[in-house]
Design a protein around this ligand. Structure first.
Ligand SMILES: O=P(O)(O)OC[C@H]1O[C@H](OP(=O)(O)OP(=O)(O)O)[C@H](O)[C@@H]1O
Ligand SMILES: O=c1cc[nH]c(=O)[nH]1
Ligand SMILES: [Mg+2]
Length: 213
């Protein structure tokens, strides 16, 4: 597994505002959207392309276009939904599949409550969107899900990551023979006793969409 921490002053600037507890939901949604587009630029570095020829007003030129089958973008509900528009801005022809997952706040175990994905992902590149990589349970389960369906190349885009979650992913994905990359805006310090990323930004889903009971 490869972890890429995107080091760019604009990313750091937007992430700082996102972390701020006084940032309201509309601003939080806008910042998350903008951050994903910046991260997606890095995350799509190895998106598959075909060579094509294009005729300019002057001459023929060699170029590239996205290969088929098109990549599949998979936001993990709820909070990953706040990253979808920003991703699709960069990959407008990608297809979108959905995974609904929630972490039990007592046991910190992730469970899946919704799934709308193609049955066969053979030969597909998948981009998983989830703002928080905390214990890693949610992302590990999501990646297993996609691999079981045949995905052969997975890139996760996470706004924030914790070292504990990355270690868990490394262990759980050990032996997987497909490339897995995590692109993140920052590697934070640690998790607290409730499994929240420190310093983090709090509960991403709640900050995007409000607290559910
Ligand atoms: O790495 P983990 O320890 O598994 O935690 C990360 C997950 O927790 C949050 O989801 P949450 O369960 O709060 O659901 P929500 O997006 O609906 O708020 C977050 O959006 C991740 O999906
Ligand atoms: O810090 C965290 C950890 C898990 N989920 C969140 O939304 N935030
Ligand atoms: Mg949440």
């Amino acid at each position: 597994m490869r972890i890429h921490v995107a080091d760019h002053p604009l990313i750091a600037h937007k992430l700082t505002a996102l972390r701020d507890e006084t940032t309201d939901s509309p601003t939080f949604r806008r910042l998350a959207d903008e951050l994903v587009t910046l991260l997606a630029y890095e995350a799509t570095r190895d998106v598959r392309v075909d060579e094509v020829t294009v005729t300019t007003p002057v001459a023929e030129a060699k170029g590239t276009k996205l290969a088929s089958p098109k990549p599949l973008v998979v936001p993990i509900l709820r909070a990953g939904l706040g990253m979808l528009d920003g991703m699709m801005r960069l990959l407008p022809t990608a297809e979108v599949g959905f995974l609904g997952m929630v972490r039990n706040e007592d046991t910190l175990e992730a469970s899946t409550y919704a799934e709308r994905l193609p049955d066969d992902l053979s030969g597909r590149q998948c981009y998983v969107l989830d703002p928080m990589l905390a214990t890693g349970g949610t992302l590990a389960a999501a990646i297993r899900f996609l691999v079981d369906r045949g995905a052969d190349h997975i890139t996760a885009i996470c706004l924030l990551s914790a070292p504990e979650g990355c270690d868990r992913l490394e262990k759980e994905l050990d032996g997987l023979d497909i490339p897995v990359t995590v692109v993140t805006a920052a590697m934070d310090e640690k998790l607290n006793e409730k499994g929240y990323i420190v310093p983090g930004l709090g509960d991403a889903g709640d900050r995007l969409y409000g607290v559910v009971g």
